[in-house]
Write a protein that binds this ligand. Sequence first.
Ligand SMILES: Nc1nc2c(ncn2[C@@H]2O[C@H](COP(=O)(O)OP(=O)(O)OP(=O)(O)O)[C@@H](O)[C@H]2O)c(=O)[nH]1
Ligand SMILES: [Mg+2]
Length: 318
Amino acid sequence: MSFFKKIFSSEKKETLDKGLEKSKSSFFSKLTKAVAGKSKVDDEVLDNLEEVLVSSDVGVDTTLKIIDRIEERVAKDKYLGTDELNKILREEIAGLLSETNSGEETEYTVPANKKPYVLMVVGVNGVGKTTTIGKLAYQFNKKGLKVVLGAADTFRAAAIDQLQVWADRVGVPIVKQNMGSDPASVAYDTLKSGVAQDADVIIIDTAGRLHNKVNLMKELTKVKKVMQKVIDDAPHDVLLVLDGSTGQNAFEQAKQFTAATEVTTLAVTKLDGTAKGGVVIGISDQFQIPVKYIGVGEGIEDLQVFNKYEFVDSFFKK
Ligand SMILES: Nc1nc2c(ncn2[C@@H]2O[C@H](COP(=O)(O)OP(=O)(O)OP(=O)(O)O)[C@@H](O)[C@H]2O)c(=O)[nH]1
Ligand SMILES: [Mg+2]
């Protein structure tokens, strides 16, 4: 299938393979059990497969779509050996995802006509917002882009310190105020400073707290509005960070957040060390908003531009 003939950077692929190790080994052991003693894909195998996909956090709706596609294939090919099941799954899932706009990119990019490009990062507590910002700043900086960070999570002093640590590590400027100050004011200052410094990229960190809190959404709206006093179409992207290790919970967060505020891109973090990596497949299938980044570790290099071809290839390869 030409689909997989793309050339991936081997270093990136290695990190991804490693990051998905737990998800893969859990998936393959379940798949092996699902086809044990069977040589042919029949109704029982399909039932078992459905269970394997759902329990791998792919999500019910996406699982049903995948099963439908495989059923069609069984009907057409008459005989499908279970030894081929993994290859077929890989093809059908890739085919399904090729219909979505997730994971089209392979590089860290910013829109050419937005300078400075303003990225606002949102998400509930502890999902990996600040870490993702640090990793992104590192990637953009490495490309020679001038990056400015804004510490608009003023809820905790530690949050500001944590962003400062990342700014120092990457070697980029940060705009901050004291804990408890108005996040919108920090965002305003950051944009002013970014424009004055001729920055290419401005990334704004925000507080997590609970997604079902009306005041968080109000605050995010206010932060956005105030930014527009400096750059009238800012923020150019709102990145919602989701913790992939929470599986279906990440799904729920995405639903609730996207319903309450405008989100333009998604990042799914902590795919390493979890067996719930299948959630990325479900999220990319179910949401109109593209998954752009995945987190595969705590290190500065452990963020990847999500590419569905690479992902499916890694996930379904032993
Ligand atoms: N293993 C792993 N850990 C990650 C990843 N991304 C973030 N983390 C860890 O998750 C924890 C929380 O990350 P933060 O970046 O502080 O999350 P946050 O969303 O900014 O949290 P708040 O500021 O409390 O809302 C930290 O210990 C990070 O090192 C990842 O891709 N893999
Ligand atoms: Mg944070």
